[in-house]
Design a protein around this ligand. Structure first.
Ligand SMILES: [Zn+2]
Length: 481
């Protein structure tokens, strides 16, 4: 599928290497800023400024009601190719760039334990290289770089998609750091998140319980109801919940209870159908306990569509460019982290795993909404030690030193070369689009999010997002291996 374009690949690689320092400068700054979702003010501004400096136009900002989102555009006309940027950090994962659990000396407790500092700078590095190459070679088309906030809150790309940000693309590329090298050619689940809040009446639990109506009992009934529901839904579905608020004193009938709830299903239709069932159970629990329920949709995401045509094109480059070559110091840095957390001391990945070829997994991602707008493919590039899960201080450490630097540069190379294919190979674009049409059933994309913008703020109770997919990929038995 990939054109024989050795000269083009050589030149695009030179362009990536030429912005290598810029890539690492962005990654280091965003690592140091370590801003949480919806709060990525400095990170978002720093990265969009680099794009502007290199001739990109910020054509949109504040998309989907998210202040830190933007679209940077280069060139004009067809084809239109997108690249996804992320930059949000996680709470309590701040760490010095050392192989031991060492909180940052500057007191910042957030950290890039999922490597979104690398995602943004690698994606932008690829875009800068592509822009320069297109200008030099007179390659026509439009390159759109999407600044996507709050991935950890599953509240970025999905709301941007609802606002129409990804319409009109011919294809879109992304990547994620991981302990392994492979492709994001996966079918993740669709998901929808809710707050269910019951309001009852408080009373002295010993003296006058008959005056009270317990919101906590409503929450208990609700959870019993959804656990009964499990038997009658597809085995691919998942339901998870926590009770962040269930009263504050044992001798007071709780007048308020809150459940954070996630439903996942194999596709959007399944989510839409069964979320209504879940809402009915919440209402039933309120009726039974003489309380009142308020349900609030926090976010929702589509399942991720695989795309074999794009995967095949990207895999060519993964193999052509090869896995990162690590120094002995980097391997021993990784082994120290593994030793500290009691994992096998296997160091960093030195091979490329086979293409997962659209395997279905239980996790979800806001990339799903992009993948229902346009053919979408991602690279997964080794940038932290084997056996270490994402959202770990060991990942934060690696993403602030040379291991992360090598990973992000490799990712920029893979994305730039695949991007070049998409701009110059119409056959690849048509094949990707034909497969997209078949897999999506030709249905126009309609967001699963109930609101037009995320409700905002920081919701530690539902940190999640596509990082689960990194866990899934890391743990997946690659069938062909
Ligand atoms: Zn992530």
């Amino acid at each position: 599928m990939t054109t024989k374009n050795d000269k083009g690949y050589r030149e695009i690689a030179q362009q990536v290497d030429a912005v290598g320092d810029t890539i690492w400068d962005m990654a280091s700054h965003v690592w140091a800023f370590a801003e949480l979702g919806f709060e990525e003010v400095k990170s978002s501004a720093y990265e969009s400024a680099v794009l502007k400096k290199h001739g990109f136009t910020i054509s949109d900002q504040g998309i989907g009601g998210i202040d830190t989102s933007w679209i940077a555009t280069f060139g004009s006309g067809d084809p239109v190719i997108g690249i996804l940027v992320e930059f949000d950090a996680l709470p309590d994962l701040g760490n010095e760039a050392v192989p031991t659990k060492t909180p940052r000396k500057d007191g910042i407790s957030n950290g890039h334990g999922c490597g979104h500092n690398l995602i943004g700078s690698g994606a932008i590095g690829a875009a800068l290289a592509l822009g320069t190459h297109m200008r030099k070679e007179g390659i026509s088309g439009t390159l759109k770089v999407f600044g996507c906030p709050a991935e950890e809150l599953l509240s970025g790309k999905n709301y941007m998609a609802k606002a129409g940000a990804f319409k009109g693309l011919d294809a879109c590329l992304h990547w994620h750091p991981a302990p392994v090298n492979t492709l994001w050619n996966l079918n993740s689940t669709a998901a929808s998140d809710f707050w269910f809040e019951w309001h009852g009446t408080s009373a002295h639990a010993g003296a006058t319980p008959w005056e009270g109506r317990s919101a906590l009992q409503a929450a208990q009934l609700f959870l019993h109801g959804v656990d009964m529901m499990r038997e009658h839904i597809l085995p691919t579905s998942r339901m998870h919940y926590i009770i962040p608020d269930g009263g504050s004193a044992v001798n007071v009938v709780p007048d308020y209870a809150k459940v954070v709830f996630r439903y996942r299903g194999h596709n959007a239709d399944d989510v839409l159908k069964n979320v209504e069932w879940v809402k009915d159970i919440a209402k039933g629990a309120a009726l039974a306990t003489k309380t009142r329920v308020v349900s609030t949709n926090l976010d929702a995401a589509y399942d991720t569509l695989p795309n074999q045509a794009l995967a095949d094109a990207m895999m060519v480059h993964l193999h052509r460019l090869g896995p990162c070559e690590w120094t002995d110091e980097e391997q021993s840095f990784a082994k120290k982290i593994q030793k500290e957390v009691g994992k096998p001391e296997d160091g960093l990945a030195t091979e490329i795993l086979p293409d997962p070829k659209g395997v279905a997994i239980g996790a979800s991602s806001d990339v799903g909404d992009v993948s229902y707008n346009t053919p979408t493919m991602g690279a997964i590039i080794s940038a932290w030690p084997l056996h270490i899960p994402p959202h770990h201080w060991g990942c934060t450490a690696c993403h602030g030193m040379s291991i992360g630097q090598k990973g992000v540069l490799k990712a920029a190379h893979v994305l730039a070369a695949t991007g070049l294919d998409l701009f110059t190979n119409a056959e690849l674009r048509f094949a990707a689009k034909a497969e997209f049409d078949e897999r999506s059933g030709g249905k126009p994309y309609q967001s699963l999010c109930e609101g037009d913008a995320p409700i905002g703020g920081h919701h530690p109770e539902y940190h999640d997002g596509h990082d689960q997919i990194v866990v899934a990929v890391s743990q997946m038995k690659m069938a062909e291996k």
